[in-house]
Ligand binder design. Structure first.
Ligand code: FES
Ligand code: FES
Length: 159
């Protein structure tokens, strides 16, 4: 059913007259032009489409646009700023923690959610948090190192 759905997207208000059952992933990519959110499996099994909803990392292929009404949604475009990467992004660059980059937005947003709730995760906790995020390029070891470095940077007040 078409309804007016309002939510906050990357700190800006959004209002859409839209079928509330449409998948958030495709609304972000096709209606709102935010193609940093990637389509991988479409089944909630790869993490490529991860966004933050009220700070929680969720697969946008598994939730509807109606679900985010009244909530705050953050995509990779809302992390960092023009000419000023977020510390997690800086850490990924420092560790060369990507190859094709397809999994990277989801990895970064999941790391963002993890570090907000656990600023000093162990290696095992980082592995567990990223367990449902696939990287076909095999950058996992460098990704773990990047998340660890990002935690240190954030604790050191770098932003
Ligand atoms: S595309 Fe959503 S989890 Fe894979
Ligand atoms: S960098 Fe290519 S899928 Fe992870």
């Amino acid at each position: 059913m078409v309804k007016t759905i309002r939510f906050t997207l990357n700190d800006k208000p959004v209002s859409l007259d839209i079928d509330e059952e449409r998948t958030l992933l495709w609304v972000l990519r096709t209606d709102l032009g935010l193609t940093g959110t990637k389509y991988g499996c479409g089944e909630g099994a790869c993490g490529a489409c991860t966004v933050l909803v009220d700070g929680e990392a969720l697969p946008s292929c598994q939730i509807t646009v109606g679900f985010v009404a009244g909530r705050h949604v953050t995509t990779i475009e809302g992390i960092g700023a023009e000419g000023k990467l977020h510390p997690i992004q800086q850490a990924f660059v420092r560790h060369d923690a990507l190859q094709c980059g397809f999994c990277t937005p989801g990895m970064i947003l999941k790391a963002h959610s993890l570090l907000a709730s656990n600023p000093s995760p162990t290696r095992e906790e980082i592995i567990e948090a990223l367990d449902d995020h696939l990287c076909r390029c095999g950058a996992h070891v460098r990704i773990l190192a990047a998340v660890h470095t990002a935690a240190e940077m954030l604790k050191g007040g770098k932003s």
